[in-house]
Ligand binder design. Structure first.
Ligand SMILES: Cc1cc2nc3c(=O)[nH]c(=O)nc-3n(C[C@H](O)[C@H](O)[C@H](O)COP(=O)(O)OP(=O)(O)OC[C@H]3O[C@@H](n4cnc5c(N)ncnc54)[C@H](O)[C@@H]3O)c2cc1C
Length: 403
């Protein structure tokens, strides 16, 4: 279903009346990633809701319809020297639609290394308009940055995976595009990189992002097969960047390589797994996180051998993926990933399976401690359990639901 804006509310009311299950959808770039929804559930796409409704460069806010492609919004903002401070979504290829829609970005609620300086998408969202499962429209927040009234629907819908309602419009804060960007690439042992990361996080330097890569990802990017840390720096003037780079270099005995803005950009594209024109489709794709001071322990784990891994130093969150199963006789990947999930838990984090081969049936996520609360909220918004059936973040899908 791909209704025009004017027909959307009536359609949702009708679906509610008929008790039809449905899945909110943006541009369908990553719709089937994560827990599978119940078979036979149709999707309702926001692709026709693609307008930029209002951009206030002076106020640093933009209001867009949910189906607006992220790439188009970034382009429109760039014409005013602004941007939405979010990473390219993982897997984004050359085709602009492969970055997905703004609604999809909010619904998945994921962030990359830019979170270090700019926080996550939920912190950039200042207003939201949604259609509830019964077709009633709800609004929260507003169009100005200082907005504190009412219940914070913005945070609730961020990362809701289409399970609570259809996002139809969002207002986000924008930022000036940094005029200068440079970086530093540091390779070395896990222990030495852990020491450097610790220093960096507690220093007065203000990197835009700091990312850890596994040796496999470094090798895939044509670098030495050794773990590395990429520090991204942004500033309004070159002198400040020179100063930050000199300070960084003097704080470590490890070999460092300066990166120009284009090289830094290229590395970030590699780290987002972009190999194709459309969305990359790895055999295994995992979202994982650990306590930030446990990243080196995670990367040392044999379970991660041969996987490309990219983790943000400040949050300990990131992605791991492999395009192929390892060659030759080895432990089945599903068993390795199950052990990896336990390890992430022991290191203070979690693991979500976003993509896995058809023959594997690992649960995408485990029960969160707050499962009863999550289910109670779901019931309030969607009492007939019509939306994204079987896919509720924080509630482990049953084996029957997964297969
Ligand atoms: C650094 C980074 C890494 C990311 N990595 C991943 C990743 O690995 N996997 C991933 O899936 N996403 C990832 N994302 C999020 C990614 O941006 C979105 O998946 C993408 O924007 C999807 O857009 P889409 O329009 O194609 O959504 P779709 O593929 O159509 O839908 C994606 C999800 O959002 C829901 N949804 C879409 N539109 C709406 C709406 N209007 N209202 C309510 N729910 C909606 C769908 O039900 C589905 O669960 C990442 C984002 C960032 C910033």
């Amino acid at each position: 279903m791909r209704p025009e804006s004017s027909a959307l509310q009536d359609l949702v009311r009708q679906l509610h009346h008929d008790g039809t299950p449905w899945l909110p959808c943006g541009l369908a770039s990553r719709l089937d990633w994560g827990a599978p929804v119940a078979p036979g559930c149709g999707s309702l796409s926001c692709a026709a809701l693609d307008r930029i409704l209002e951009h206030n460069p002076g106020d640093f806010t933009i209001t867009v319809e949910a189906g607006a492609p992220l790439a188009a919004v970034q382009q429109a903002l760039a014409e005013h020297g602004q941007w939405l401070a979010v990473d390219r979504p993982w897997g984004t290829g050359q085709a602009p639609a492969s970055a997905g829609s703004i609604g999809g970005l909010v619904a998945r609620g994921l962030a990359g290394g830019y979170r270090q300086r700019y926080l996550g998408i939920r912190d950039q969202l200042i207003g939201i308009r949604v259609l509830r499962a019964d077709g009633v429209e709800a609004r929260a927040g507003g169009k100005v940055v200082k907005n504190v009234a009412g219940y914070d629907l913005m945070r609730l819908f961020t990362g809701s995976w289409g399970s609570l309602g259809l996002i139809t419009e969002v207002t986000l804060r924008t930022l000036p595009l940094p005029p200068q960007r440079r970086g530093l690439l540091v390779q070395g042992s896990l222990q030495a990189l852990a020491e450097l990361s610790r220093k960096l996080l507690h220093s007065s330097l203000t990197p835009e992002r700091v990312d850890w890569w596994s040796a496999s990802l470094a090798a895939a990017a044509g670098l030495e097969a050794q773990p590395l840390v990429v520090v991204g720096l942004a500033s309004i003037d070159a002198a400040s960047l020179n100063h930050q780079i000199a300070t960084l270099r003097s704080s470590t005995a490890l070999a460092c390589r300066d990166l120009a803005a284009e090289e830094l950009h290229h590395l970030h594209i590699v780290a987002r797994g972009a190999t194709a024109d459309g969305v990359a489709l790895p055999r295994w794709l995992l979202r994982l996180g650990v306590n930030p001071d446990q990243i080196s322990s995670l990367l040392a784990a044999p379970e991660l051998d041969t996987l490309a891994v990219d983790l943000a130093v400040s949050s300990g969150l990131g992605m791991a993926w492999t395009l192929e199963d390892p060659a030759g006789p080895s432990e089945p990947m599903a068993e390795r990933i199950a052990r990896l999930r336990q390890l992430c838990g022991r290191l203070g984090g979690h693991l979500t399976v976003l993509r896995q081969p058809a023959e594997s049936s690992l649960a995408s996520w485990e029960d969160a401690p707050s499962r009863p609360l999550i289910e109670a909220v779901k019931y309030c918004f969607d009492p007939r359990a019509q939306l994204a059936p079987n896919r509720l973040p924080g509630v482990r899908p049953t084996r029957a639901q997964c297969s």
